[in-house]
Write a protein that binds this ligand. Sequence first.
Ligand SMILES: Cc1cc2nc3c(=O)[nH]c(=O)nc-3n(C[C@H](O)[C@H](O)[C@H](O)COP(=O)(O)OP(=O)(O)OC[C@H]3O[C@@H](n4cnc5c(N)ncnc54)[C@H](O)[C@@H]3O)c2cc1C
Length: 392
Amino acid sequence: MKPDLFQAPDYYNLDELLTDEHKLVRDAAREWVKRDVSPIIEDYAQRAEFPNQIIKGLADIGAFGPYIPEEYGGAGLDQISYGLIMQEIERGDSGVRSTASVQSSLVMYPIWKYGNEAQRKKYLPKLASGEWMGSFGLTEPDHGSNPGGMTTNYKDMGDHYLLNGAKMWISNSPFCQIAVVWAKNEEGRIHGLIVERGMEGFSTPETHNKWSLRASATGELIFDNVKVPKENLLPNKSGLGAPLGCLDSARFGIAWGAIGAAMDCYDTALRYSKERIQFGKPIGQFQLQQKKLAEMITEITKAQLLAWRLGVLRENGKATSAQISMAKRNNVEMALKIAREARQMLGGMGISGEYSIMRHMMNLESVVTYEGTHDIHLLITGLDVTGLNAFK
Ligand SMILES: Cc1cc2nc3c(=O)[nH]c(=O)nc-3n(C[C@H](O)[C@H](O)[C@H](O)COP(=O)(O)OP(=O)(O)OC[C@H]3O[C@@H](n4cnc5c(N)ncnc54)[C@H](O)[C@@H]3O)c2cc1C
């Protein structure tokens, strides 16, 4: 792969909106991605393998629980810092960002928000340091966009719960030590349970043959009469709103992360357009190529503003789920379109692993689908503005 010469676009001087701490956190993540991710990631994606050796680096840059308080091992940062870290990691690879998102927003967040003090103390420091990795089981073979229809369930057996069912498309599942699993009790109410590797009847087969997020491990979570200790139930929130609260946090991170992938595609195409000579001049001198680049930087700038404003709202506890949906949907589509345009700008080289663009493009096909599909987020905005529910 080509050396990582990335230079971040900042067309509207958005750095002026950031604090010194934001810039410090972002620059540390950027440097780490250049040093430890860019040189190896193409190879791991080609081999469809997660690079385990980067787990410690992810922990060191604060990617595991950026906003979780320091007393539980988190970095104690604000929401914009969290967003900037996700942006930088996804600039390297959406699969690596997915690993960090799941650990932070889908595993640490519910333990922090819905767990009790003993659960926080037991799990959060180990997850923050990367000693333990977690996964989040919501999607089932027959229930994706409609998780409320889930059939995974548990029964109260007096001294323990008995868990049965299956989850699929689960990031980090093949190597996770724990899984936060959403299941219905005998009354049909959804609760979160912490399932630990080694519990009898719990298995995590890997999903192979993905053309997307190849450097992220995906698999199933299978529960065959798993005895879950009662102290592993998350006591402080139940119902579908509990997993949806986690998804708000993860979708917020994706809205920022997608900007990273878009910036990398734009920066690569811009550099290439100045170096590649056809018809005796750099291709960047042709109006058709300039149109592509001008539209890319316009869309990136709009997405940056959306993410920044959302960060301010979320930091102040004011961001609505619908606002988060809008940003996730807009920014991922923006990134996907830029990846496709940038790929064309590199001609034949655009499909080569010498450059990051095709990998970003394929990764973003998962990002536009997971954590609520493009259609579902549109319907959430539709519901919000009309008050009329298209899901019913
Ligand atoms: C690589 C990868 C990693 C993932 N990681 C995780 C994870 O860690 N944990 C987890 O729980 N899940 C995870 N997922 C699952 C992901 O969240 C689901 O794939 C997603 O929610 C969509 O569900 P589905 O695939 O069953 O599609 P479906 O729900 O079957 O949707 C199929 C199509 O129908 C459309 N559709 C559905 N309902 C409606 C409607 N009411 N109106 C209009 N159109 C509709 C959808 O937009 C989509 O285009 C992951 C998925 C992938 C691909």
